[in-house]
Write a protein that binds this ligand. Structure first.
Ligand code: NAP
Length: 242
């Protein structure tokens, strides 16, 4: 059985990605604390005839990641994680001169260092097996354009884009592709407090996107059809270009 591990799969975009990839893969649902929502995603996948398991850990905690993946590997000695979607993310917005050190570090720890910890561990799983693999990183329009009030988040997402391009070149000889998806405004818990009516006037398509519309691009990048696409950043933003 081939597995796909999606971080932050209990809600929002990660949930939509888990439901979409479940048509082709066994799903490993990572989340931080919201076990009720994670359990709902598992149940939905199973109701549709798919297979899913829960693997909670904090992506910002390298020891927790090591322990979780070690125990998963011990329980699945003949199985292989071929897709990693680095989706878990948080935002803690503020203008920079008012930003606390905690808001700076927590956003970089989750959105950027989380990518490093989990991807390094999964590369140790993928590289020796020589089955190839897919790594898909959830960046953001903020990482390309820079958004006022989000210096921490924009810095983390821009770093993720640079890391995507560098790592793509490192692991291409092992048939592992590394790409980023950069959503604009997507309707999830993360954006529910934003003034949607005001902001949607800035978007050429005239609305916020749906999590499923991001998941469709991730599903393509995870597919065999995308074997020659690597080091790319694909915008899903309704035409809201930089
Ligand atoms: P969301 O609805 O707030 O969901 C966040 C998910 O990440 C939840 O499953 C949450 O788990 C998980 N998570 C948060 N911190 C974590 C941690 N330290 N360890 C493990 N899991 C953690 O967010 P979303 O809108 O779907 O965003 C998903 C990704 O897309 C993020 O990287 C975000 O930056 C990016 N993005 C979103 C938008 C947008 O408009 N929504 C735009 C551009 C980029 P719990 O349920 O356990 O809390």
């Amino acid at each position: 059985m081939k597995y796909a591990l999606i971080t932050g799969a209990s809600r929002g975009i990660g949930r939509a990605v888990a439901l979409s990839l479940a048509e082709q893969y066994s799903i490993i649902i990572n989340y931080h604390s919201n076990s009720e929502c994670a359990q709902d995603v598992k149940q939905l996948i199973e109701e549709k005839g798919g297979h899913a398991e829960l693997l909670p850990f904090d992506v910002a905690d390298p020891k927790a990641i090591e322990a979780a993946i070690d125990s998963w590997e011990a329980a699945h000695p003949d199985e292989f994680i071929s897709v990693l979607v680095n989706n878990a993310g948080i935002r803690r917005d503020n203008v920079m001169f008012m930003m606390s050190e905690d808001d700076w570090h927590s956003v970089l720890d989750t959105n950027m260092n989380g990518f490093f910890y989990i991807t390094r561990r999964l590369l140790k799983h993928m590289m020796p097996r020589r089955h190839g693999g897919r790594i898909i990183n959830m960046a953001s329009l903020s990482g390309l354009k820079g958004m006022p009030g989000q210096v921490n988040y924009s810095a983390a997402k821009a770093a993720l884009i640079g890391a995507t391009k560098a790592l793509a070149q490192e692991v291409a000889p092992r048939n592992i592709t590394v790409n980023a998806v950069a959503p604009g405004f997507i309707q999830t818990d993360m954006t529910k407090e934003l003034p949607e009516d005001e902001l949607k006037r800035l978007i050429p398509v005239g609305r916020f996107g749906k999590a499923e519309e991001v998941a469709a691009v991730v599903t393509f990048l995870a597919s065999d059809a995308a074997a020659y696409v690597t080091g790319e950043v694909i915008n899903v933003n309704g035409g809201l270009y930089t």
